[in-house]
Ligand binder design. Structure first.
Ligand SMILES: *[C@@H]1O[C@H](CO)[C@@H](O)[C@H](O)[C@H]1NC(C)=O
Length: 312
């Protein structure tokens, strides 16, 4: 009796603290469709991630800058149209690894949320937000714009934008632990990070979530849920298809679906899972995109697939 009263009280407390309302969820067990295969970006390296400006309907892909060292933190952001034609690019020097980027429309412009101040590891130690301008270069060593440390414990991390519900989702490392924090996008844009809507430790991918490998490759958020992409590359010389997708409850960090193996692009000769993003079409269909690199070393290409079936 007493136990059930405590449980009920806890249930009420948990739902009172849940600040991200319920929303539809993408069914990860349903097939993926091609947007494209083998498209060139402005860099010849494997893509790291990608993002959509859903208002201006633009697509940006982030790669390590061609010919920069692996841990340089130099990135190239390419803009492609939805048919895969390269429209332009900008470079970011000594900024980060490009695990994720986010895009935000401001009128006709796109602002990018990304990493800056790369450590020796090549990973960014702060976030910044800047206007995408084709043909320009931002150098973290000389650029004086504001650094964003959304959570005091943030040591390194990245961000994504939920383009439908307008939230900023930050994955950050503190010590050896990865965490997820969620903010209202308007408040974050105003520099107000005082009250995250959620903030939780990401369970260990293999030990706690049951993924095949502990290799995190991207995340994207839509409403109440955040989706993860994991896995390694393979080609004719080795490796196995171990790329998986998972859905987590953004309020609590509980696993909701997965890990589910994704066979998207499974016929690519070289295939490396790289990035996730959410996009809502003009007709209102929400698509969860999965990115993969293909091609030869020195001539890597972008491949984008999407799932859109909702859990009934
Ligand atoms: C910061 O955001 C929170 C909600 O996210 C709000 O309650 C608070 O008033 C905001 N602070 C300022 C100074 O706007």
């Amino acid at each position: 009796m007493r136990a059930s009263i405590i449980c009920t009280a806890l249930g009420v407390l948990t739902s009172a603290l849940a600040q991200i309302p319920n929303s539809p969820r993408i069914d990860l067990t349903k097939p993926s469709y091609d947007l494209w295969r083998h498209k060139k970006t402005a860099a010849a390296t494997v893509q790291q991630s990608f993002t959509f400006d859903n208002v201006n309907r633009r697509l940006f892909i982030v790669n390590r800058k061609s010919s920069s060292a692996l841990d340089s933190g130099d990135l190239t952001i390419s803009e492609l149209d939805f048919a895969g034609n390269l429209l332009g690019s900008m470079n970011l020097l000594a900024c980060g690894h490009g695990v994720n980027i986010g895009a935000q429309a401001v009128g006709d412009d796109t602002y990018i949320w990304s990493e800056t101040d790369a450590a020796a590891s090549g990973y960014g130690t702060a976030l910044w937000r800047f206007k995408y301008v084709d043909g320009t270069t931002l150098n973290s060593a000389t650029d004086g714009r504001d650094r964003i440390i959304p959570i005091p414990e943030f040591e390194r991390g990245t961000a994504t934008v939920d383009p439908v519900y307008e939230r900023l989702i930050v994955r950050y490392q503190s010590g050896t632990v990865q965490n997820m924090a969620v903010f209202d996008l308007d408040q974050a844009t105003a520099g107000n990070f005082s009250t995250p809507l959620a903030n939780w430790e990401i369970p260990e991918l293999v030990e706690e979530l049951g993924a095949m490998v502990d290799v995190f490759q991207g995340y994207a958020a839509y409403g109440r849920y955040v989706y993860f992409l994991t896995g390694e590359s393979y080609d004719a010389s080795g490796g196995v298809l171990n790329s998986e997708v998972l859905a987590m409850d953004l309020n609590t960090g509980e696993l909701v679906q997965g890990p589910v193996i994704t066979r998207a692009g499974s016929t690519l000769e070289f295939r490396e899972p790289e990035g996730m993003a959410v996009y809502e079409t003009v007709a209102g269909e929400v698509r969860l995109f999965l990115g993969f690199a293909s091609g030869e070393s020195g001539d890597r290409r972008s491949n984008l697939f999407y799932k859109s079936a909702l859990v009934a």
